[in-house]
Design a protein around this ligand. Structure first.
Ligand SMILES: *Cc1c(COP(=O)(O)O)cnc(C)c1O
Length: 949
């Protein structure tokens, strides 16, 4: 046996454990287990056709080699992406630290106070720089954040009766091209009419519900929008502003100018460009729109002792819980990147940010001045970091590329140059020399930065920001390192224990998969760099697309969607384009089983579809007869079915082939939600079950870490019917020959983290992938066997087996006064994160072990839940003073003078023996959700709160 095979590192159970596990389940081997689990007729006949598996060492050598094909030139392209300096302390302590990147979305607030605080810092930073009242904890990128702003304003327009029937939205021609493309995509199915034009000549006599401006404009001009916003206000037109976050350290904030929504990206706050992503988009607005806000808001609340405690506010404010009434489908966002950007602000503080902004501005001013000396003029009347130069673009480009420099060329006579925090005097001299050569002049030499400014006088920022102590007390590396560690210690991540979140597939994120993200020739590419410089990326992305085609059995893949929900939307938009291309644009009915994930109906609503919810049987399967009736009833306008396979209940429905056939017979296509792909890879695939398109969650099945709630990648894979419609990008063409417009800002979405999934597939190979799926099924069925007799298990397959996850029914414990949430909190005392709570069935836990957990860890988790079951047995609805209701127990409680509980301290904190060896302490007691919703505070306390002490 090859002991250096990556599969041995990735898959938990050892060969020597298998007999014990089979015996517990009651099968003789893996074949029998699969036979009893998996419906006949959908099993693949042969292994996936993939390259032989690489060892970790071979992969790292390969990827370093391939990386040399990326030529990282100095980038002045701008357009929303800038070279940034990742502070080394943040790179080492967050970006490369599994304590941060393997965390789950902070639903269990008591063991997530660290990242909740980091996200509160991010929100505070966004609120104060933009001058708005509330902000969320990140969106996917600037372009999609702008689209969310448009749909929020569209949604709230009905509050003002006068705008009920108004569907026009103005977009300034200064908007970034990729943002415009996304606005086009998103507006069309909702019948929003986009009017693109010059804001200075905008005709206010027409009726609009909203407008979108770019600040500064796409090639750097800083416009004074005060007049526009004021007039818009008087006409009840709401204004959204897409703003460069760094410029706001110098410029009057959009909030002070009267904006209703401000969006953008925080990439240049210490996040590598990564050929387009991932980066944290931001979204800030007014208090009055808090209930329509997309994404998640972190809020301040209290625990049962009245101590300050953070949590996700407004009942975990995802829009998609509104299902078909949603206006946003954001689920996974960009938490890790928001944590990093917020920490960048913590590290630099207000003075540091101003210094960086001054330096960037001075670089632009200095260059403009030097160029004018040699007769090359720039035309922006006022600018922050970007100058627009009149010159022969082709000539400049040839010389620039010879000097390993990239500018942006809006047309044949213009060159746009965006400066950033890495720009040095020597870089400026290189730029000047390039233009001098192009103009046939001799260059002037620059030796220091100019001190004058080219900001518009009326827009110089006078208001302060980031006065809170967190942004002023962590400017040495020791302080920052300890602050990051202090937060990290409050959070339970995969480096402490298994996180068995059903549907979320929290598997190993191997170090070998992660290491290449820190390699400069992978993480420093601008997404709009010329293709000949990005050959390493293009080769890797193409290869990954092919690997995913093989895995799904499909013909084409788009890596552009940067979350699963974005993939759903992209897939549905491709289906929409398919019907339109066939002259059947009226097909708009989307059938969705009632058990579907909330993002499904939300995405369908965004794609302009009419949603018909179909029934599920008591066994948890799709009610085929109901589905048949609906499909036939809507056969003239059926667009598609959205189906999760195996089902959200963790069952392989044997009727799946019949179901997909039924949809096709009635003129529709089949969208498969691929969140449960971990139960399919190498055993079956979406093409075999009859789907036409699926999204994959690379951050579930394909090893991208969850990051505490993002990043994610949600590629769509499609068959020949849909391949022509895969999405493109306005700057770098991608996608099919009749491509739909952009889904995400960057051509290949979050390209940097695609490396992780590429590495995962390269190192596992066909056999390792299949074996992973088999072990995921084995682990789930082993746990199921252990839970039997302790917890009722809902929805088994026809032969009594689970797929890769199972649902434990906790509803009957209500008679003992115990809610499923109490079990979730009590698990913290046992050192575990709760499984998925109340999805897809209220009052249940959905457990998904993944293949990466070994037998000992599975046993500890089962022991914990079985021990809790015994505690439930003796609990009573009349007396709630018990370890479940009081959970979680903190160290402060345990070490307090007084102990008023009718059970021992040991029982509270060390209920099983294994815990003593590796105790995890929740940092707060149970958090009060209702209090936090009633008193929404979503930024750090104002400075006055600290002056008192
Ligand atoms: C996770 C999940 C999604 C959404 O994916 P995101 O990346 O969070 O947007 C959709 N459907 C199901 C069943 C899921 O589990």
């Amino acid at each position: 046996m090859k002991t250096d095979a990556f599969a041995l590192r990735h898959i938990g159970p050892r060969e020597s454990d298998l007999q014990h596990m089979f015996k517990a389940i009651g099968v003789k081997d893996m074949d029998q287990l699969l036979y009893e689990t998996f419906p006949d007729g959908i099993r693949l006949k042969q292994d996936l056709q993939l390259d032989p598996a690489m060892t970790e060492y071979e992969y790292l050598t390969h990827i370093a080699q391939l990386g040399t094909k990326n030529k990282v030139f100095k980038s002045y392209i701008g357009l929303g992406y800038h070279p940034a300096i990742v502070p080394p302390a943040i790179q080492r302590n967050i970006f490369e630290n599994p304590g941060w990147y393997t965390a789950y979305t902070p639903y269990q607030a008591e063991i997530a106070q660290g990242r909740l605080e980091a996200l509160l810092n991010f929100q505070t930073m966004v609120i104060e720089l933009t001058g708005m009242e509330i902000a969320n904890a990140s969106l996917l990128d600037e372009g999609t954040a702008a689209a969310e702003a448009m749909t929020l304003l569209f949604d709230v327009r009905t509050r003002d009766q006068k705008k009920n029937n108004v569907n026009k939205f103005f977009v300034s021609e200064e908007i970034l091209p990729q943002t415009l493309s996304i606005l086009q995509t998103r507006s069309t199915p909702l019948n929003i009419e986009l009017v693109v034009g010059n804001h200075e000549t905008f005709d206010f006599s027409e009726d609009f519900f909203g407008a979108m401006l770019q600040y500064p404009g796409k090639y750097g001009q800083v416009f004074d929008y005060a007049g526009f916003i004021n007039t818009a206000k008087s006409k009840e037109i709401k204004v959204a502003v897409a703003a460069d976050i760094l410029s706001l350290a110098k410029l009057t904030s959009p909030g002070e100018l009267g904006a209703d929504v401000v969006v953008g990206t925080t990439q240049r706050f210490g996040i590598p460009m990564g050929y387009g992503g991932p980066h944290a988009g931001y979204f800030a607005t007014k208090e009055e729109y808090k209930r329509s806000m997309p994404g998640r808001i972190i809020g301040v609340s209290i625990d049962v002792n009245g101590n300050r405690a953070l949590r996700m506010a407004l009942g975990t404010r995802e829009q998609h819980i509104k299902r078909e009434k949603a206006t946003s489908n954001i689920c996974t966002a960009q938490v890790l990147l928001a944590v990093m950007a917020g920490m960048y602000a913590v590290y630099h503080g207000p003075k540091g940010l101003q210094y960086i902004a001054d330096k960037v501005h001075a670089s632009a001013v200095t260059t403009a001045k030097a160029l004018s000396v040699i007769g090359v003029n720039q035309v922006n009347a006022a600018f922050f970091d970007t100058i627009l130069v009149k010159a022969d673009a082709a000539k400049v480009r040839a010389i620039a590329e010879k000097n390993e420099v990239n500018f942006f060329y809006p047309n044949s006579e213009s060159v746009s140059i965006s400066f950033n925090e890495t720009t040095s005097i020597s870089d400026i001299n290189t730029i000047v020399a390039i233009f001098a050569e192009a103009a046939g002049k001799s260059a002037v030499h620059v030796s220091e930065l100019a001190s004058e400014t080219h900001l518009p006088e009326k827009l110089i920022r006078t208001s302060s920001f980031l006065q809170h102590e967190v942004f002023n007390n962590h400017h040495s590396e020791s302080q920052l390192m300890r602050y990051i560690k202090k937060l990290e210690r409050k959070d339970l991540s995969l480096n402490h224990s298994m996180i068995s979140l059903g549907s979320c597939t929290m598997k190993l994120n191997a170090a070998a998969e992660m290491l290449p993200l820190s390699m400069p020739n992978w993480n420093s590419m601008h997404p709009f760099a010329p293709a000949d410089q990005a050959q390493g990326y293009l080769t890797m992305l193409k290869k990954l697309e092919e690997q995913l085609n093989v895995v799904t059995g499909f013909k084409g893949t788009s890596l552009q969607p940067n979350s699963g929900a974005q993939g759903e939307y992209a897939g549905l938009m491709a289906i929409r384009a398919y019907h339109i291309a066939r002259g059947e644009g009226h097909r708009n009915v989307c059938l969705i089983p009632s058990s579907a994930h909330g993002t499904n109906p939300a995405s369908a609503a965004m794609a302009g579809m009419k949603i018909i919810v179909t029934k599920t049987t008591p066994e948890g399967n799709i009610d085929v007869e109901d589905l048949r009736a609906r499909a036939i009833e809507h056969k003239d306008d059926l667009s598609c079915l959205m189906v999760t396979y195996p089902s959200t209940h963790g069952v392989y429905e044997s009727s799946i082939i019949e179901i997909t056939k039924l949809i096709h017979e009635n003129g529709g296509l089949v969208y498969m939600d691929g969140a449960n792909m971990n139960a399919q890879v190498g055993l079956t695939n979406p093409a075999t079950i009859g789907a036409d398109v699926c999204h994959l969650n690379l951050h579930k099945t394909f090893a991208i870490p969850h990051g505490g709630g993002g990043p994610g990648v949600g590629p769509i894979c499609v068959n020949e019917k849909l391949v022509d419609f895969l999405p493109t990008n306005p700057v770098v063409a991608t996608g099919g020959k009749d491509a739909i417009s952009a889904i995400s800002a960057a051509p290949y979405g979050s390209a940097l983290v695609c490396l992780i999934s590429y590495g995962y597939i390269c190192m596992l190979g066909a056999e390792g992938l299949r074996s992973s799926t088999e072990h995921a099924i084995l682990n789930a069925n082993y746990m199921k066997a252990r839970f039997e007799g302790h917890y009722p298990i809902l929805y088994s397959g026809e032969m009594g087996r689970a797929a890769h996850e199972m649902i434990l029914d906790c509803r009957e414990f209500k008679q003992n006064g115990i809610e499923v949430g109490d079990i979730a909190k009590r698990l913290m005392d046992y050192g575990f994160h709760a499984p998925t709570v109340s999805f897809p069935v209220a009052g249940t836990l959905m457990v998904e072990p993944t293949e990466s957990e070994d037998l000992a860890e599975l046993d500890r988790f089962c022991d914990a839940l079985i021990s809790i079951r015994k505690e439930i047995e003796v609990a009573s609805a009349d007396d709630t003073n018990n370890p479940l209701k009081n959970a979680p127990h903190t160290l402060a409680m345990l070490t307090a003078e007084r102990w008023d509980f009718p059970y021992s301290r040991e029982k509270a904190a060390y209920p099983l023996e294994y815990i003593a060896d590796n105790k995890f302490w929740p940092s707060v007691r149970r958090v009060d959700d209702a209090y936090g919703d009633r008193n929404l505070v979503c930024s750090c306390a104002p400075i006055e709160a600290y002056i008192e002490n």
